[in-house]
Design a protein around this ligand. Structure first.
Ligand code: CDT
Length: 308
């Protein structure tokens, strides 16, 4: 048994006017709950320090840059990193990253229990569009504000296991999990900000959105025999609803624990990393069963080309 006690720390909405200090105070309350419950790891959502700003069109780069962190930890976030270190808890945190060269990524960082950075992930599948789209009920301008991640899907040795990260829309792509699965990943951590409605199809409501969310997590977990920890930023941000759905999925694809509601809250679950073994050694023993000689199109071709 290799137990990792995980706290999936869901955030309710963050309004555009909320300061970093105000948000970090909320994160600290969730972190304290996780520490009090003797968790080994706390996972915060995607863009956990700000509102989901890609819904807003901004043309002024200075206005855009107010949502980005030039370094982490920095002034406002230092208390979070110090508290995690003092509480001996590893932490995964999503934020908007601006590099010293001026590149911008949708990023998650993982620090270990001693406060040392273990790794970083930069979101690869950026949904939405780059220019204002009048046909949409609201905007999703991730392709405008971020560039696709340049770090691949790395996995890291931490907490006695093999851990990986992805972010929000990445969870809908089987390649995300499989690339980490091929590194033996035992737990995938991911944060998300998912609108409760489809901006291009008003009939696609919360039930269908939640179904696709669960379907993606459960399939990814099962097909790669890994735990998946998915953490929402939820609730209504300046009139725009984001769905909840914070949950922990086991390596058989079953939902092991689920957090109801759309407010700040912590979902705690003991995840035995050894529970990944059976799947990895039997039906999803990649070494024995995968047939890579037939998978070439996956990396050769991006869009579908139907037969003539
Ligand atoms: N944040 C994020 O990636 N959200 C997307 C919304 C897709 S709609 C353009 C998601 O896949 O949940």
């Amino acid at each position: 048994m290799r137990n990792v006690r995980v706290a999936a720390a869901q955030l309710g909405p963050i309004q555009r006017a909320d300061t970093r200090e105000h948000v970090v105070a909320r994160l600290l309350r969730l972190l304290d709950e996780a520490i009090a419950a003797q968790c080994d790891l706390v996972v915060f959502p995607e863009l956990a320090l700000t509102t989901f700003f890609p819904r807003w069109l901004m043309n002024d780069q200075a206005e855009v840059d107010q949502w980005f962190e030039a370094s982490v930890p920095n002034g406002a976030t230092t208390p979070l990193f110090e508290r995690a270190k003092a509480g001996r808890i590893a932490m995964c945190l999503g934020y908007a990253e601006r590099t010293p060269e001026g590149r911008r990524f949708n990023t998650a960082i993982l620090v270990d229990r001693s406060g040392e950075p273990i790794g970083k992930y930069r979101k690869i599948h950026l949904p939405g569009h780059a220019e204002f789209d009048p046909a949409r009920a609201f905007q999703h301008l991730e392709k405008r504000y971020f560039e696709p991640g340049d770090l691949g899907f790395p996995s890291f040795r931490a907490l006695g296991g093999i851990l990986g990260m992805c972010i929000c829309n990445d969870r809908r792509w089987p390649e995300t999990y499989r690339v980490m699965g091929l590194q033996g990943v035992e737990m995938v951590m991911l944060g998300f900000n998912t609108p409760s409605v489809n901006s291009q199809n008003a009939t696609e409501g919360p039930e269908q959105r939640m179904f696709h969310h669960k379907l993606s997590l459960q399939a990814g977990a099962y097909q790669n025999a890994t735990w998946v920890v998915a953490v929402a930023k939820a609730g209504v941000e300046d009139g725009h609803p984001l769905m909840g759905g914070t949950m922990i999925v086991d390596p058989n694809g079953f939902i092991a624990a689920e957090l109801p509601g759309e407010d700040d809250g912590v979902l705690i679950h003991d995840c035995d990393l050894d529970a990944t073994r059976f799947g990895k050694e039997t039906i999803f023993d990649f070494k024995r069963h995968r047939r890579i000689e037939h998978y070439g199109l996956i990396t050769e071709r991006t869009g579908a080309i139907p037969p003539r």
